[in-house]
Write a protein that binds this ligand. Sequence first.
Ligand code: SF4
Length: 231
Amino acid sequence: MTILDLELDEDMLLHVESRVRPSLWTPGDHARASQVKGLIKEAVDKIGEISRIRAVHTIMPVEFLNGREIHTRAGSIMSRRFARLASGSTGELFVVFLIATLGQRASSLAEDQETLLSRLVFDCVLSETIEIVVQRLEEALHRDMAVCSREMTSRFSPGYCDWPLEGQRVVFSALDASSIDVELNDYCVMVPAKSISCVFLAASSVPSATPCTFCPLEDCAWRRDTHTGEF
Ligand code: SF4
C-alpha cells in the first residue's frame, strides 16, 4: 500500500479556476459575474493555502471473474459492466484501489461561508479540485503501468454506473483509509466529503478505458466514451 502526501501546485489551481468559471457563468448579469469571479479566486487561494492532498493506493490480483463480479482478496466489485470490461482484457488481471482526499479542513470550507452564493462557489471549487487531483493521480498511475507494460482503464467508483454505493466497503477493505484520515459512515459516504474512492483494471491489454464503449444506453448522462459496440 502506498501513501501519498502532496501539495496543490499552481498549475492545478489555475486548472480548477478555468474549469469552474464556465459552470458558474451568469450571462447578462455583469455585477453577479464579477462577484462570482472574485469568490472563485478567493476559494482557489484559500484551498491552495490550507489543503494537503493525501492519497492511498494499492494493487491486487483478480482471483476470479464472472459475468457479474470481479473478485479480489478485499472482496468483490459487483458490476456487470465493469466485469464485462475485465473479461475482454488479456494477461494477468489486477485491480488498483485508490482513495484521495483534500482533508477535513478544506472540506469544511464551504460550510464556513456566510452566504448561499459563496457556499455554492466554494463547494464547486472544492469538488473540481478533488476531481483534478484524482485526474493527476490517475495519469501518474497510467505512467507507472506503462513502465511495467500494462494498460489500465479509467477510474470506476462505487455508486457510478451499475456499481452500488455499498461497493465502498470493498475499497475500504483493500486500503487503510485511516492512514489518510478518511472514514466511511453508515451510509457508505466518505468523511471528509471532498474525497474520492475508485478502482482501475490493469492487464497486459485492456479493451477499452470504460465500459461505455459497449453499452447501448446512448442517453446515459454519465457516458464517458462513444458506443462502438465492439467486443
Ligand atoms: S453509458 Fe452509462 S450505463 Fe453505460 S457503461 Fe457508461 S456510465 Fe454505465
